[in-house]
Design a protein around this ligand. Structure first.
Ligand code: 0OW
Length: 328
């Protein structure tokens, strides 16, 4: 092939690999076999090795970086990443609703409710649709630069399906329950210390100085908020989630909009048992005022938004304690 033809083939392979990565890791609906995907990736890597001048940072071949970092650089978030106040039961949710409505007198209020993924909060920055930076939440103002590690997470697009000038998107990196069980089995066989839970395993896997180790840990990520953005003005949280999904991000499918807190409470309580059948761990649900204009009006306290709250499940009564109580 002449140089032009190679350039064309490389671009064709990149588009195909981005698309099939999206189908498999974001939509969970693969269209081709792993073998076919790997064949295309091997062809791309060999063409890029022959013509390194054609390599771009968003090429699928660039997911697993080469060098091992010495330490993590500290980076400043373009906008602060807040934590959430907690609600431990229906009464707390009713109190939250009263407070929100008292601050929005005479206004209709809708709540958008999402599952609360129990992982590690991350921030991703895309410039002209290309992933340029990944960071941990850290203290909310600055985090650790883990760009090389987030690039190994296949659910995280290296390139958006339609580019916009600037986007800082936030989400939760997590380790599926299956991957967690397999990882601990491996560590047990090697006599290594086990991870206590998938959240610790995800955090430990992302804060690795060697991206090759992160790449083996089968991490995924659900995105759920934006920080800085240029080129898009969503009206509601529900619309924002749809838009993130169209851009190519993995967005959790279990989300509902309600116009009263009693329906929110019923929905939260319906997940007490259902959550155990999910392939990932959730530690509650997140309730957000749906209108972004109302979120703006409500603002933030020093550490968390007035327009969102986390509903936490009641602590699980361990089987033994329950039996013990009954026996007594
Ligand atoms: N863990 C989650 O699934 C989750 C979510 N679904 N939605 C949000 O919304 C943010 C937006 C503004 C404040 C909270 N945050 C989440 O987790 C964060 C990470 C750090 C504090 C919260 O747990």
């Amino acid at each position: 092939m002449d140089k032009e033809a190679v350039k064309k083939r490389i671009e064709e392979l990149r588009a195909l690999l981005h698309y099939h990565n999206y189908r498999y890791y974001v939509l969970d609906q693969p269209e081709i076999s792993d073998a076919e995907y790997d064949r295309m990736l091997r062809e791309l890597i060999s063409l890029e090795q022959q013509y390194p001048e054609f390599i771009t940072p968003d090429s699928p071949s660039q997911r697993v970086g080469g060098e091992v970092a010495k330490e993590f650089r500290e980076v400043a978030h373009l906008k602060p990443m807040y934590s959430l106040d907690n609600a431990f039961g229906p009464e707390d949710l009713k109190e939250f609703d009263r407070r929100v409505r008292s601050l929005l007198p005479g206004q209709e209020v809708e709540y958008e409710v999402e599952l609360k993924i129990d992982g590690l909060a991350i921030s991703l920055v895309y410039e002209n649709g290309v992933l340029v930076r990944g960071a941990t939440r850290g203290n909310g103002t600055t985090g650790e630069d883990i760009t090389a590690n987030v690039k190994t997470i296949k659910a995280i697009p290296l390139k958006l399906r339609n580019p916009i000038p600037l986007l800082e998107v936030r989400g939760e990196a997590y380790m599926p329950k299956e991957s967690f069980a397999r990882l601990n089995e491996q560590r047990e066989e090697r006599g290594e210390p086990l991870f206590a839970n998938p959240r610790n395993a995800a955090a430990g896997s992302l804060r690795q100085l060697d991206p090759k180790v992160t790449a083996e840990r089968d991490l995924s990520a659900f995105m759920y908020a934006i920080g800085e953005v240029q080129g898009y003005e969503p009206k509601t949280q529900a619309e924002l989630m749809e838009w993130l999904s169209e851009l190519g991000f993995k967005v959790n499918p279990y989300r509902e909009v309600f116009n009263n807190i009693d329906d929110v409470i019923n929905y939260c309580q319906s997940w007490h048992e259902k959550r155990f059948s999910l392939p990932y761990v959730i530690d509650g649900l997140v309730i957000k005022v749906n209108s972004l204009a109302q979120q703006e009006a409500l603002g933030f306290t020093a550490k968390s938004p007035r327009w969102a709250i986390a509903y936490k499940f009641p602590a699980e009564i361990a089987e033994t304690r329950l039996k013990d109580i009954i026996v007594r």
